[in-house]
Design a protein. Structure first.
Ligand SMILES: [Mn+2]
Length: 475
């Protein structure tokens, strides 16, 4: 009897990052995560994704938590499992391009605080915007004894995005010194048989391991994973069932069961996975009850195949429109998005291009006239500051929004002076750890508000102690 050749599919668990980002606007607090880490550490995951732009932002802004402290606590909880983060290329975890010194320092601090795998992407797939982060990862890999640079290509549809485009990119990524490639399908646009073609072509173009990341938004994701795995993909991203499906990822337990007994068998223990799911399920129920989890993002939205809107953007848009009592404009905005995207050179829709296109679409709809008002980010895209788009941008829109302004074609960061010292100078009164300057760099106002909050908390504690000593008990 011939021995079956084993090629277990590797799994990255997303429940601590993308799953709750896509379903509940990234509101899962650290304290809720910690008790389950020990069990998650026993599963055998290839990695656990736990950090990224939205988790960083929401920690500071809404949860009043230090994101660096979250990372260190999660690192403590995972003794054996690799931790993974998402990194927006030259935009780091923020919404604007940074100078190289900030990019390098952020990579260093991410690795030294516990990250193993850095998934680096650019919202325009402009590889020039990824080189600094890849180089920094390779540099600190040696220094910290940990670090893996994964370049993620933002998957999208459009005339320019042919198989040749993707295989050409794969070759370039290998030349750049990355350790692996991810196809990052933010909106669930990759359908099963296209996945066979894409993964087959990419596997023949590069020796690097290939990981596939998709979302359930359009309802095809599990089938896409099945075809991708058969075509030789190395790693897939899944989420534990209580925070799977809808705008999140396919369910971990379902994919594990799918490949059981085949050459792709993960070997994961379903009983252990069930215990982990039991831990998260009551929190899902709580989120449904308090409205944080909106049933609108949980079903199949086949219209995403037309509008190409990623899950995180959808759930943000729903809550933004809700806040402005403009929920009835939901489908108008969705319809405006492809037009704005075309005007801006047909970029993929992923943070920050998704936010830029989404916000501009909201403006266009609410103002009743296209580009009557343009955000400063829309202007920056049109000036070429975010990088090169695969298609030319609309000259008409350029003339309307930035008439007579100079546009650039070089790597934008080449025009930026180092900025760490300046940033440090601006925030030094609040600094309690080296990492604070990076929090400030990414979100100056939000981080400052957090620093003030942190200090107030600390002083309150000190005051209580002092007052107790003096026998005074102020109300
Ligand atoms: Mn995602």
């Amino acid at each position: 009897m011939s021995e079956q050749v084993k090629k277990p599919i590797k799994i990255t668990e997303t429940i601590l990052r993308d799953a709750h980002q896509s379903l509940i606007a990234t509101r899962m607090p650290t304290e809720f995560m910690l008790p389950i880490l020990e069990k998650m550490d026993k599963v055998g995951y290839h990695s656990v994704e736990c950090w990224g732009g939205a988790t960083f932002d929401a920690s500071l802004r809404f949860l009043k938590e230090d994101p660096w402290d979250r990372l260190r606590k999660i690192r403590d909880g995972f003794k054996n499992t690799k931790l993974q983060m998402l990194f927006r290329g030259q935009n780091i975890l923020g919404y604007r391009p940074y100078a190289d010194d900030v990019v390098e320092y952020f990579v260093q601090k991410s690795i030294s605080n516990g990250i193993d795998i850095i998934r680096i992407f650019d919202c325009l797939n402009d590889l020039r915007n990824l080189q600094a982060a890849v180089d920094a990862t390779n540099k600190f890999k040696v220094q910290e004894g940990r670090g893996h640079a994964q370049i993620a290509l933002s998957y999208t549809l459009g005339d320019a995005y042919t198989l040749e485009y993707w295989t050409d990119m794969a070759k370039k990524i290998e030349e750049m010194g990355a350790d692996s490639i991810c196809i990052k399908d933010m909106a669930g646009l990759l359908v099963p048989y296209k996945a066979t073609e894409l993964i087959t072509a990419m596997k023949s173009a590069t020796k690097l391991p290939i990981q596939l990341h998709t979302h359930y938004t359009s309802g095809v994701a599990s089938m896409t994973y099945l075809k991708a795995v058969e075509a030789g993909v190395d790693v897939i991203d899944t989420a534990m069932s209580p925070f799977a499906l809808g705008t999140s990822q396919p369910a971990t337990e379902v994919m594990v069961e799918t490949f059981k007994g085949t050459e792709y068998d993960t070997g994961f223990d379903q009983n252990l996975l069930a215990e982990i799911a039991d831990y998260f399920r009551p929190y899902r129920d709580e989120c449904l009850a308090n409205g944080l989890l909106n049933p609108k993002v949980m079903g199949v939205d086949i219209k995403t195949l037309l509008y190409q809107v990623p899950g995180g953007m959808l759930s943000n848009m729903v809550s933004q429109l809700k806040e402005q009592n403009a929920e009835d404009k939901y489908y108008d905005v969705l319809k405006e998005i492809p037009q704005v995207r075309k005007d801006l050179g047909e970029p993929p829709l992923v943070t920050p291009s998704s936010q830029i296109v989404g916000t501009q679409a909201v403006f266009n709809v609410l103002m009743g006239e296209r580009y009557k008002m343009a955000t400063k980010e829309t202007k920056a895209v049109l000036r070429g500051e975010y990088g090169q788009t695969v298609k030319p941008m609309s000259q008409e829109v350029i003339d309307k929004v930035i008439p007579g302004e100079e546009r650039i074609t070089c790597r934008y960061a080449d025009l930026l002076d180092n900025e760490l010292d300046k940033l440090e100078g601006e925030m030094k009164e609040w600094k309690q750890q080296d990492e604070d300057v990076l929090s400030y760099a990414l979100f100056p106002q939000v981080a400052t508000d957090f620093f003030k909050y942190r200090q107030a908390q600390q002083e309150k504690v000190d005051m209580t102690q002092a007052d107790t000593k003096n026998g005074a008990y102020p109300v």
